[in-house]
Design a protein around this ligand. Structure first.
Ligand code: GTP
Ligand code: MG
Length: 452
């Protein structure tokens, strides 16, 4: 089947922000307020993502969205866990997310992971909006469930409105310090040069209509061309996670951003020792909540088209790495596809030397971000790999001559087996954090200590 099947795919929206600022609540609210009565366009749950079709967006957004103005199929939200490594996920040299929502708690303002997320959004030139969350916690706030923000704001007292403005301007100030001009979203004309700030409450649903409207508008206006894909072409995606799944062995959670993957496809995926070629054994989707209790958690499907999240079961996936590219071969020359995957892996290859620190990170993208930060700080790297800190990393770190390089910097990873004990015995310093610049700062403090 070599025919072109043009189509517009769903834009991929990453939800980012500091721990506890309300990322999951925001998605829960969007899901919850949109469980509509059986008719078309239900929300679908994917592996690692949630698809919200256009008719649901317009239902939630009410009068704010006119669905006839849009031809994009909806929005695919990527859920992020308590850390932000999704920020660094890539697709063909760019960012995997087409747009991002940066969630900021109005009581807390910018926090380390907010700063980090914004830096990575800037580096990858990913357009984003800020969801200024938890506005319902402003003392005296009168709740108007699921109302657009203007409507609820008009009904608040002057005192509440004044506090609201103060908190919002603080965030606008922090954005400015981070190098972004921003304003209340309703005052923003051009969302490419100005960041729109959308006040919301993930608890009460206030401002959620506005948030969906802004995202949909942003995607439609500025991203439509990027969304034009050959829907039936061989699939391309990014590995979110490599996971053991009972009954399936090692599986990949994948966000598919182009084409289709079929249950009988051969795929090429980035691995620790280069591209892995394997045959799909099963394509798995999560079952609707109601069915999970009675049967297995997954449903097998014959094919899945971008944009979507899917679990892929196949042999030989043990060495696959999170953040790596995956491609369906279908009809193309296998060597070409291997070369493609190889080239993408090489793009994130880190310059290493004989002397330097050992770096470990949870995904390819975060490894790249770590390498960039270390390069900026002029800290040399001896080895850089995706994965937890293992005893052999400690052994590696003991081979350096300079004391200051007897160190392992782990981003978003655990220590395996007796790695921690061995490091202690062998005088290897281990730094672990979910925040890149904290790792760099801690390491720099350690070096200063040695020099003193
Ligand atoms: P991590 O995944 O751990 O990074 O946190 P998160 O950003 O997903 O935050 P989560 O959604 O888990 O919310 C953290 C806490 O804030 C929970 O107790 C929520 O109930 C609360 N919360 C989230 N949004 C709101 C809001 O709009 N208003 C109020 N009052 N509480 C909120
Ligand atoms: Mg969460």
């Amino acid at each position: 089947d070599t025919q072109q099947h043009g189509g517009l795919r769903t834009p991929i929206v990453a939800v980012l922000g500091h721990v506890d600022h309300g990322k999951t609540s925001l998605l829960d609210k969007i899901r919850g307020s949109t469980v509509i009565e059986g008719e078309a366009g239900a929300i679908t749950q994917h592996i690692g993502a949630t698809a919200v079709p256009l008719d649901v967006v317009s239902e939630v957004a009410g009068s704010l969205v006119d669905p006839t103005e849009f031809d994009l199929p909806g929005l695919l939200f990527i859920d992020t866990p308590g850390h932000h490594s999704f920020t660094t996920l890539r697709s063909r040299g760019g960012a995997l997310a087409d747009i991002a929502i940066l969630v900021v708690d109005v009581n807390d303002g910018f926090q380390p992971q907010t700063e980090e997320a914004i830096k990575i959004l800037a580096d990858s030139q990913t357009p984003f909006v800020v969801a200024a969350n938890k506005v319902d916690t402003i003392p005296g706030w009168q709740v108007h469930e699921d109302a657009p923000i203007q409507q609820t704001l008009d009904a608040q007292s002057d005192r509440v409105e004044q506090q609201f403005n103060e908190k919002l301007y603080e965030i606008i100030g922090e954005l400015s310090d981070a190098g972004f001009t921003s304003d209340f979203y309703w005052r923003v004309q051009d969302f490419r040069s100005n960041v729109g700030v959308v006040p919301v409450s993930a608890m009460t649903g206030e401002g959620i209509p506005d948030l969906l409207t802004v995202l949909m508008g942003l995607a439609q206006r500025y991203m439509k061309e990027d969304m034009e894909i050959d829907v039936r072409g061989p699939g391309a995606g990014t590995v979110l996670e490599v996971k053991d799944e009972q009954g399936f062995g090692t599986t990949l959670d994948v966000i598919l951003y182009d084409g289709t993957v079929r249950a009988d496809d051969t795929v090429v995926v980035g691995g620790v020792n280069g591209p892995i070629v394997t045959d799909v054994r099963a394509l798995l989707k999560p079952r609707p909540l109601a069915e999970i209790r009675t049967e297995s958690r997954f449903e097998k499907v014959d094919e899945i088209a971008a944009a979507a999240g899917v679990k892929i079961a196949a042999p030989d996936l043990d060495d696959a790495i999170a953040g790596a590219p995956i491609r369906a071969v279908r009809g193309r020359d296998l060597d070409d596809v291997i070369a493609e995957v190889q080239a993408e892996l090489a793009e994130v290859a880190v310059d290493t030397g004989e002397e330097g620190v050992v770096v470990k990170a949870d995904t390819l993208g975060s490894l790249e971000a770590m390498a960039n930060a270390l390069e900026e700080a002029e800290i040399p790297i001896m080895r850089a790999e995706v994965g937890d800190i293992a005893p052999r990393d400690v052994a590696m770190a003991t081979t350096v001559e300079e004391e200051e390089y007897r160190a392992i910097l782990g981003f978003n990873v655990d220590t395996l087996g007796d790695a921690a004990d061995r490091a202690e015995q062998d005088d290897v310093e281990v730094f672990r954090s979910d925040v890149i610049y904290q790792l760099v700062e801690e390491y720099e403090a350690f070096v200063e200590d040695i020099e003193r």
